[in-house]
Write a protein that binds this ligand. Structure first.
Ligand code: ZN
Length: 324
């Protein structure tokens, strides 16, 4: 039997329900679980190298002449009102100081440091439409994706802040009614040594790209070498399952011509494959990318029809352990 875990990263308070619905209805209808790596409290001004706003903060895009582009999928007024409601609604507000952002959540205040002077953070629970959609579709499994998803968040965060950030993220997901997550996905798949150590105390599964010796706690090194010698993609240290993935195979930055073949070949080459994608990559420039969505849906059909393949959630893997 070959196992496949579908991991979609970057769901956050600004994720439009219609994007997830468009992408994943064919999976949900076939009983294929989708693991959403969810940002508990997204920072609204995270930028990628080069200065562009992160793709998951869709669809606010500045055009080449500085104007905000209208999109076919989200009209400016539709998005604008949703965003304004989230940022200034009765359940949420921000005050700013240099390098800090004070979030007022319902009746209590939490101070936190975020990346820039204009940084704001928005908790997942402030989008009731998204939260109830996720609750109403039990095929979605919510796993934790950082806290704010700042640039290289759990690689750059000072060791002293790691545990607080992890716990706060978990708390916010639970406040939104989701189960305590057992799986953690690091923003940008990057973790410092202190982050690894803190994660192992809290999560059963870490899902990332690959593992570098210098970033791992020294007590994990013997297992790391044993896994290297055996050529295993996934390994275990203590109770923690350490999963790697073969890159983001479902990505708009790759060639569409061979995408489906490569996915098939990767799944056939190992017992357990973590397939990673990002919902927002299917809707860049505010328009649905029909060709890319077609490949995703072709993948759903393939996974459902192959008798030797079982699609599982991370929580199912936590129960059964790593397959041999
Ligand atoms: Zn991410």
């Amino acid at each position: 039997m070959r196992y496949v875990i579908l991991r979609d990263d970057d769901t956050n308070a600004f994720t439009p329900v219609k994007c997830l619905e468009r992408l994943y209805r064919p999976f949900l209808e076939r009983g294929l679980p989708i693991n959403l790596a969810t940002i508990p409290e997204v920072a609204t001004d995270t930028r990628v190298q080069g200065g562009e706003l992160e793709g998951y903060l869709l669809p606010q895009r500045t055009g080449p002449k500085g104007q905000t582009q209208q999109s076919a999928l989200f009209t400016q007024s539709e998005y604008g009102s949703e965003r304004a409601e989230l940022e200034a609604g009765p359940r949420f507000g921000t005050e700013h100081g240099p390098g800090t952002s004070r979030t007022v959540l319902a009746d209590r205040q939490i101070s936190r440091v975020t990346d820039g002077p204009n940084a704001k953070v928005v908790p997942i629970g402030s989008n009731p439409q998204l939260v109830s959609y996720l609750h109403n579709n039990p095929g979605y499994h919510i796993i934790q994706h950082g806290l704010h998803h700042n640039w290289l968040e759990f690689d750059r965060v000072p060791a002293i802040e790691v545990e607080g950030r992890l716990d706060r993220g978990t708390e916010l997901l639970q406040e939104a009614g989701f189960q305590k997550p057992q799986t953690f996905v690091a923003p940008y798949d990057k973790l410092s040594r202190s982050s690894f150590a803190a994660l192992a105390k809290r999560f059963r599964i870490i899902s990332t790209g690959w593992y570098e010796l210098k970033r791992l706690p020294a007590s994990w090194w013997p297992k790391y070498f044993a896994r290297k010698i055996r050529g295993r993609a996934h390994w275990q240290s203590g109770d923690t399952l350490l999963l790697s993935h073969p890159g983001c195979l479902l990505s708009c930055f790759r060639s569409y011509d061979r995408m489906f073949d490569i996915i098939q070949r990767q799944i056939e080459s190992r017992t357990l494959t973590v397939l990673v994608t990002h919902w927002w990559e299917y809707f860049r420039e505010g328009r649905a990318n029909e060709r890319f969505i077609g490949i995703l849906h072709e993948t759903a059909e393939y996974l459902a029809s192959e008798r030797g393949i079982r699609v599982i959630s991370f929580s199912e893997l936590a129960k059964m352990g790593l397959p041999r």
